[in-house]
Design a protein around this ligand. Sequence first.
Ligand SMILES: *Cc1c(COP(=O)(O)O)cnc(C)c1O
Length: 379
Amino acid sequence: MTGSFVYSEKPIRIESGSGPYLYDDAGNEYLDFGASYGVAAVGHAHPEVVGAVESQVGKLTFVQASYPNSARDALYEKLGAVAPHHLENVWLCNSGTEANEAALKFARSATGNSKIIAAQRGFHGRTMGSLAATWKPKYKKPFEPLAADFEFVPFGDEDALADAVDDETAAVLLEPIQGEGGVNPAPEGYLQAAREVTEETGAALILDEIQTGLGRTGSLWACEKRGVVPDVLTSAKGLGGGLPVGATLCADWIAEESGPHGSTFSGGPVVSAAAEATLSAIVEDDLAGNAGQVGDYLQSKLRGGELPIRTVRGEGLLLGVEVGRGANRVLKQLAMDHGILALPAGRSVVRLLPPLTVEEAHADALVSALGDALAEVSA
Ligand SMILES: *Cc1c(COP(=O)(O)O)cnc(C)c1O
């Protein structure tokens, strides 16, 4: 049996992990600046997460979400403490795309409209609804027709957004910083403009914080820094400390008319325990503060390091380094010769998305290895 028809296999076999490090089957160490797309936000095998999972799994591995359960209640309480103001309702699920899928359904149900406005170069997941809101034609073409009534506007253009949104619009769906699309932060004022135009027409503002949330950009949520509270916020990736958890946080007006929805595995006790422990670690260790500080340090080193790079974009520990063509060659060199794993974002951008626990010494190691890898690739 093989799974390689979906995932092209890398030449490294990963067998264990600890903090910001991964280890292959020969015991080689890799500094993980990709964190499996941000899943390892609190690092690998975080002791509190491991402990929470171990003690829950033997007590009650699963019960479905209509039975109240103390592990799920503890997660609800913790999420309530970190959620942006007014987002006091949550639906738990198993992945990012599922969190967005629910957000789109809830917004359609609550507004009675169907039109969804999304942004060019946005990424929201791979199921039929979230994929319809995703920009890249390559991801969509073979699977069309997808869900209907999706429209795209250029990301960052306030006027185009204001023109697209009308009183038939169910929702505007945006990432505060586009991750997959090349690490593009929303320009100053753009999310506020999206908030205003949706308020005027009665559409829902959905912010996809699956990549930007949980402290990665230096504040708990990227929308917080911009002074914007959406009607729906989606989270996933790092939320479960490595276990599959997603969350759709909603304002009352969305929750009250959200329509019938559900998922068998929604909010199981084991993933709830993992997510509660993960959120506790993020809050108690101020990992948002650390991400802001180490992220700033890393940006200044990248800029000041005389590296042959074009630009550095992003905030906190979500950074895109424009290296010209061939990001994949640079990434391969980084992995094989320098023991550092990172991610691409399109063809020419190296995306840095390490655990939020990394320190300045790890940033130094990355900058020095990236400089060497860039020299080696162009040699
Ligand atoms: C990864 C990602 C998703 C999809 O999450 P999955 O868990 O892979 O379904 C959606 N939106 C954004 C911004 C993401 O980065």
